[in-house]
Design a protein around this ligand. Structure first.
Ligand code: IVH
Length: 676
């Protein structure tokens, strides 16, 4: 082994610091200052040093995030302070009763204020930092003992391996037990399931199961490949802490680099919590992650001590839950449905049932393994769940309601649409129609192309697509752009006005952005998120179509499977021809948004806080369109803080740092618009 010099030691240590800081900027602050390539180069160099001098490999090295070989089983870990659970309330009346009890316990002179947060539907974890370095991470378990999942938690990019000490106001405690929720973002969940469906693997029923399944991997390399995220929401032991409230705690945690949910909100009283609950209920389906309610906690730690706790849950906090998005109904039939890639999914046709204000008449059964595992039969009564805009699914059947007349579903041996053979690949859960010209597959591709997250062609729904495909008017997505008025008027339930509207909507879709177009093409493994990455990286379809695997692998988050699929898609002659025809029809978007060269907010960094009159992502888009950038935490580099109503600690911090504060009207003035 070459001799280890002080210079090498210094180099390794400074690479570790720099990589950790860049990771934090990228994953926690959403504000990177180096390119992916620069990051990768530094990472590669650190790996090289550590391979040569294994004694330099420390447990908090960023190289340890890639996962370790399988463990035999998880060891048990005792929580120094028990991880409690929460009592539930489900209505404003019940919440007011809770508030009433709290105020009674706290005493007349106490000021009862709340911190309100989204109740994330994920997996609770505790991480112990000793001397600012991650020591142990564990699941909640039974609240007293959990499982040691340190190797897995280390792979989560937004979890710091070492706490940031740069902000003087809050010195890093010698020991910190911090608790949070590990989550799987919705779009990442959908793309994971899409990949699993295409690979014939069993699907996760919901993002929480995907998070739990990913965290409980004995092989942390599998965890490392899953885009888990985390938000911290509380603490156990904090040595030498003088923090007095959640507002202060979250400011301190954020300053140490621990991710805090930007939707958390300080509420001066119970009415503000109820308003927050109602607002979150409206935004719920559009949030990037699943939320099943609001957690309201007494803000002041002194008041909390006054109020105390009962055996398993604190009396100073409560889960204010949204109405369950579940319903019971009968399964009328189970039918095979052919997807875009030929995979056949059993779908339950239901007696229509209202779930969370939406009438549901179909629910996914995912695949045959699921049908068998849950023993779902035609005629069964079943529990159905709906979450956000994820497809509703059958949670379980209700065996007590069986009459004996239920029938089992059998997968057909030929495609119900084109008659081609249906095969089941070795070791795979998925059945697949191998018909190359299966109209069902074509219908699904066209539907996907026209869908909300792709080209968003208004009025081009399932029934119209089916007609266009069945009448041979559309043989691939490019054919949409050469439809004529006569052809469209001729379709069922079409008149001149509706036909003109449809053609106008198709015309308007020619202006679709590059990420939407890439998503719409339906490249296997490429969903909305990856489409966005590819668009940012390549800026045009041409450039993307020329990329080879090596070039694609340079992009963080893109692995060999995706790279292979992208190259295969763009090198297929038939696909190239479709792309050429799309271009000829006028679809050739370019992306310039990443480094916009103009706009009133060019180069400016903004932080949004408090309640605005529109959802945050809408305000964020308006800012990005104007060349600006939104980050989640306030620092000296922040140009403006936009404070809505009930803004809390970020507003305080902005004032302390002398950062300019705007209200919504002020932001509109900068953007030159009347409203967001
Ligand atoms: S605070 C004393 N805040 O809900 C308990 N919990 O039912 C403090 N959860 O096990 C928990 N989002 O895993 C808190 N913003 C949030 C949360 C949250 C989700 C989970 C947590 C806990 C369970 C309690």
């Amino acid at each position: 082994m070459p001799k280890l010099t002080a210079a090498i030691e210094r180099e390794a240590s400074s690479l570790r610091d720099a990589l950790e800081e860049h990771s934090r900027r990228y994953y926690v602050l959403d504000d990177p200052t180096v390119s992916d390539a620069e990051y990768d180069e530094m990472f590669r160099r650190l790996v090289e040093i550590e391979e040569t001098y294994p004694q330099l490999r420390s447990p908090d090295s960023p190289t340890q995030r890639v996962g370790a070989p399988p463990a035999e089983q998880f060891a048990s870990v005792a929580h120094a302070r028990p991880m409690l659970s929460l009592d539930n309330v489900t209505s404003a009346e019940q919440f007011l009763e809770f508030d009433e009890r709290v105020r009674k316990q706290a005493g007349a002179s106490a000021l009862v204020e709340y911190m309100a947060e989204p109740k994330l539907d994920g997996v609770a974890v505790e991480i112990v930092y000793e001397g600012g370095v991650m020591a142990v991470a564990s699941t909640r378990g039974d609240g007293v003992h959990g499982e040691n999942i340190t190797a897995n938690v280390k792979t989560i990019r937004s979890v710091p391996l070492r706490l940031d000490q740069s902000e003087r106001k809050w010195p890093v405690p010698s020991r910190l037990d911090v608790r949070g929720e590990v989550i799987y973002a919705r779009d990442a969940f959908e793309s994971l399931n899409r990949q699993r469906a295409e690979a014939g693997e069993s699907l996760f029923a919901n993002p929480r199961n995907a998070a739990a399944g990913s965290l409980r991997q004995l092989d942390s390399r599998i965890t490392a490949a899953r885009p888990l995220d985390v938000y911290f929401h509380g603490v156990g032991i904090v040595d030498g802490s003088e923090l007095g409230s959640f507002v202060e705690l979250f400011a301190a945690l954020a300053s140490w680099g621990l991710k805090i949910n930007p939707l958390n909100q300080f509420c001066p009283d119970a009415a503000a919590v109820i308003a927050y609950f109602e607002k979150l209920g409206v935004e719920r389906d559009e949030l990037p992650f699943e939320v099943d309610g609001v957690v309201a906690k007494v803000n002041s730690f002194a008041v909390q001590r006054q109020v105390g706790e009962v055996s398993r849950s604190p009396r100073w906090a409560v889960a204010f839950k949204f109405k369950a998005q579940q319903g019971r109904t009968r399964i009328r039939d189970i039918v095979p449905s052919v997807g875009r890639t030929g995979v056949i999914t059993p779908v339950a046709e239901l007696e229509p049932v209202a779930v969370g204000g939406v009438t549901i008449s179909n629910a996914s059964l995912h695949n045959m393994d699921e049908v068998e595992r849950k023993d779902v039969r035609i005629g069964d009564m079943a529990l159905i769940e709906r979450a956000g805009d994820v497809i509703p699914y059958v949670v379980k059947i209700i065996p007590e309601e069986r009459t004996g007349k239920e029938r089992r579903f059998r997968m057909p041996s030929t495609c119900p649409v084109c008659g081609a053979p249906v095969i089941r690949e070795e070791g795979a859960a998925a059945y697949r129609c191998i018909g190359l010209q299966c109209p069902a597959q074509l219908r699904e591709s066209v539907r996907h192309f026209a869908s909300k997250h792709a080209l968003d062609i208004d009025g081009l729904g399932e029934k119209l697509v089916a007609q266009l495909v069945d009448r041979d008017l559309v043989k691939d997505v490019a054919d949409l752009f050469s439809l004529t008025l006569e052809q469209v008027i001729d379709l069922d339930r079409m008149a001149e006005k509706s036909a003109t509207n449809l053609l106008n909507a198709i015309e308007a879709a020619k202006g679709a952005s590059l990420p939407r177009l890439i998503n719409g093409l339906g490249v296997p493994q490429v969903g909305e998120h990856v489409a966005g990455l590819l668009a940012e990286e390549f800026g045009s379809l041409d450039a993307l179509a020329e990329a080879d695997e090596e070039r694609l692998l340079e992009i963080r988050e893109i692995g060999p499977q995706i790279a292979r699929e992208v190259v295969a898609f763009f090198s297929a002659e038939t696909n190239r021809e479709v792309l050429e025809r799309l271009r000829a029809a006028g679809l050739d978007p370019r992306l310039e948004s990443k480094k916009r060269s103009s706009g009133p907010l060019l180069g400016k960094t903004l932080v949004l806080t408090g309640a605005l009159s529109v959802p945050r992502d809408r305000a964020g888009r308006a800012i990005a369109d104007a060349g600006g950038k939104v980050t989640s935490s306030v620092s000296k580099k922040t140009d403006f803080v936009v404070a809505g109503s009930d803004a809390g600690s970020k507003l305080e911090k902005a004032q302390r740092l002398g950062v300019e504060v705007l209200d919504e009207a002020g932001l509109c003035r900068l953007l030159g618009v009347d409203e967001l």
